[in-house]
Ligand binder design. Structure first.
Ligand SMILES: *Cc1c(COP(=O)(O)O)cnc(C)c1O
Length: 228
């Protein structure tokens, strides 16, 4: 398993390097987040031993269990839908949240963080292709939601936007999605200059995402192997 993991990491690192070269961007500006949902503690430890220290989780209870059993200097990214009854666990452990999309949840998180005496860096999830089944807010509401967080949630440090574009779309539609993302990102950063993080790209599309300006790619199965 360890050897496979190492090979997969080498393969992905080479692809990241090539995409950065093509985009004329520095590799330092693209953070690799290993999405470890439904993966074992052993897999996380093995990836950590290869130098990965950013991990992404989708479920609060799983995050809780894993944080307690893994090295203390791991940076944890919460990337899944946030259930209001789980905000306490997320407030306790996560360093980043990529999936903020509701004012009510933002307020609950802010209150829970107050009790924990912590702050969390957050990204607003945007449903760029307006898919019924997908989480995230509509592009038109991004500025208002960001202003709301800015004014009302001092424990949430707004850093940027997160996207999960449609998978399995035609090449042309994929390029259109990426263009829409880049345009929205530019408008957003104009308004909120400190919020230049762009979380975009999974196993499927991380190379195109780097070309579109992604600064955080979230890679699961193609790095850590099939989820159980
Ligand atoms: C699971 C997940 C990923 C990783 O997907 P892979 O296809 O395994 O790379 C990335 N982002 C989010 C929000 C996810 O839920």
């Amino acid at each position: 398993m360890h050897k496979d993991l190492k090979d997969r990491l080498t393969n992905i690192s080479q692809k990241i390097q090539a995409a950065c070269l093509e985009a004329q961007r520095s590799e330092k500006d693209v953070k690799l987040i290993a999405v470890s949902k439904l993966q074992s503690i052993e897999v996380i430890k093995a990836a950590y031993s290869l130098g990965i220290n950013h991990f992404g989780e989708n479920y609060a209870q799983e995050l809780d269990k894993k944080v307690l059993a893994t090295p203390k200097d791991i940076i944890w990214h919460f990337i899944g839908p946030i259930q209001s009854n789980k905000v306490k666990l997320i407030a306790k452990h996560a360093h980043w949240i990529h999936s903020l999309e509701r004012e009510k949840v933002a307020k609950k998180l802010n209150d829970a963080l107050e009790k924990e005496r912590r702050k969390i860096q957050v990204l607003i999830q945007v449903n760029i292709d307006q898919e019924e089944s997908k989480s995230g807010i509509n592009s038109n509401n991004v500025i208002d939601f960001a202003s709301h967080i800015d004014v009302n949630c001092p424990n949430l440090i707004l850093k940027g936007l997160m996207f999960m574009p449609k998978i399995n779309q035609s090449k042309k539609d994929k390029i259109d999605s990426m263009k829409n993302i880049t345009a929205l990102q530019n408008t957003f950063v104009n308004k909120f200059p400190a919020c230049n993080v762009l979380s975009l790209g999974t196993s499927n599309d991380f190379e195109e995402s780097i070309l579109a300006g992604s600064t955080m790619i979230r890679i699961g199965e193609s790095l850590l192997g099939r989820r159980s």
